[in-house]
Design a protein around this ligand. Structure first.
Ligand code: ZN
Length: 493
């Protein structure tokens, strides 16, 4: 609760900013779902204007925030409130508007060129834009300030307090443990690398019914949540009472659609379960990208791809997708958990996914740290893919041009995907101890899992930093050992 007089004064003045964020989220959601294609230019303009307005109003709070910092009797929510505002303010005061404008402009132009370059598999088209963006991001890191590595400043924007020391430690233990596990699983062949179900087409209307059944199983609320369709699935939150996800229907390989739905629902559950008293404040959001991703991964993989969940959804699959009847429950379980070292991150399985992130992380760190030229990046990508995943891209579409992130200037974002997996492992270990998880899922009592997560994580919103939140919940931070343990138990069973 926010009670301190100087804090409530700021909270009152923050409300229009909160509303601008909410409007921005709705505009973005509409752009990805229902907006007519021709409207992208005015929509881009409108979004940019609301962001500028927000930045302007934000800076007006600076004096009040530094005054409030002198208060000594703040509770946890109030301290968190100031922490989150200060991080925002810090960015806008340290990064000059001209630099910010250059980044946005380069991102807009660069993304258009990246799309074309990806289609033609021609890195040389995209190279000048990437060079420009890397230069701008290095400037941004200098302005923000950092310890040891400029890349730390960029990661901190997405995952507060995380450093390359943390990530190096996590990745080195994941690498050594998962490499051996992957080799073993592949040689045993219990989990197939391909499955006939991948090739069978479904009707979109039928698949939609399956996804709706999954939402029911996850006990998603009817009044404050909805699902639509977009090319790249995402979750957005207009407020704690209005959270929306999208899913995709590619017409075949039904697991892609089903698990997109479950993944995004995991994000939505987090947003929906934040304490309502935090609504209209900067605390009414998840505390970091890594923690947010831990929730989506937890539901998608740890719960959704478990035997018990497959058992629950199986009758529904058979009822709506008649071809499923030719396959047993066990077959479907193997199909949704197939393991295949592949070139593309977004289709990677649980065992190989983190290796894809490591490739990107190593490259980003070197580019931002000035240890590598952009020209060397495609070759380094191919070498690292071969070393980590065991497959070598034949061209840049399969390699360095596959993700949109770098064209948009999102350096320091990739590691949060793996951090999410690591944190999810920690939650899985705890929830197993506290609830009889397998039985709970087998009985379809997923509300109990949601309540458990709400009490330990969701209700706090952004009150605690990701590290603080983990310390409170687990007494430790970013411990990869639980993820490794879970994967060993699942894939060697
Ligand atoms: Zn996600």
């Amino acid at each position: 609760m926010l009670q301190n007089a100087s804090i409530t004064e700021i909270a009152e003045k923050y409300k229009p900013l909160w509303a601008l964020d909410s409007v921005g989220a709705l505009l973005q959601w509409d752009m990805e779902t229902y907006m007519p294609l021709g409207a992208s230019k005015p929509r881009g303009f409108t979004i940019a204007q609301t962001q500028l307005l927000r930045q302007e109003r934000m800076l007006q709070l600076a004096n009040l925030v530094s005054k409030a910092e002198k208060s000594t009797d703040l509770n946890d929510s109030e301290t968190g409130f100031l922490r989150v505002l200060k991080r925002d303010l810090d960015y806008f005061t340290k990064v000059p508007p001209k630099l910010l404008e250059d980044i946005i402009k380069t991102a807009t132009e660069g993304t258009v060129v990246w799309r074309e370059a990806r289609k033609k598999s021609d890195f040389s088209m995209f190279k000048p834009y990437l060079e420009k963006m890397v230069g701008l991001k290095r400037q941004e890191a200098e302005k923000l300030g950092y310890q040891r590595q400029p890349y730390n400043a960029l990661m901190d924007r997405f995952e507060e307090e995380i450093t390359t020391d943390d990530v190096d430690r996590i990745f080195s233990s994941l690498r050594s443990e998962l490499k051996g596990l992957l080799t073993k699983v592949l040689s045993e062949g219990k989990f197939p690398s391909t499955h006939p179900l991948e090739e069978i087409s479904y009707e979109v209307a039928a698949m939609k019914r399956v996804n709706e059944a999954a939402l029911k199983l996850l006990q998603m609320p009817e009044k404050t949540f909805r699902m639509d369709i977009s090319t790249h699935p995402f979750t957005t939150s207009m407020s704690i009472e209005d959270v929306r996800i999208t899913t995709r229907y590619e017409g075949k390989d039904f697991k892609a659609s089903l698990y997109s739905t479950v993944h995004e629902s995991g994000h939505a559950i987090y947003d929906l379960q934040i304490d309502p008293s935090l609504d209209y404040t900067p605390l009414s959001r998840g505390t970091s990208l890594g923690v947010h991703e831990s929730q989506s991964r937890f539901w998608e993989n740890f719960i959704g791809r478990s035997r018990e969940f497959v058992k629950r959804i199986y009758p529904n699959l058979k009822a709506n997708l008649p071809f499923v009847a030719r396959y047993s429950e066990e077959d479907v379980y193997r199909y949704v958990n197939s393991v295949k070292p592949s070139l593309i991150r977004v289709v990677a399985d649980e065992l190989t996914y983190n290796f894809h992130i490591m490739v990107r992380y190593e490259l980003e760190k070197k580019l931002i740290g000035g240890e590598m030229e952009v020209a060397e990046a495609p070759g380094m990508w191919r070498d690292l893919m071969e070393e980590y995943v065991g497959v070598r891209p034949r061209n840049d579409t399969e390699g360095i041009l596959q993700d949109v992130h770098w064209s948009e200037g999102l350096f320091g974002y990739f590691p949060t995907y793996s951090l999410g997996n690591v944190i999810a492992g920690m939650f899985y270990n705890r929830v197993q101890k506290d609830l009889n998880l397998k039985t709970v899922v087998a009985n379809g009592e997923l509300g109990r899992v949601k309540d458990w997560l709400k009490e330990r994580l969701h209700k706090y919103g952004a009150v605690y930093s990701p590290k603080e939140l983990q310390k409170r919940a687990f007494g430790e931070t970013y411990d990869p050992h639980w993820l490794i343990k879970y994967l060993q138990e699942k894939y060697l069973a």
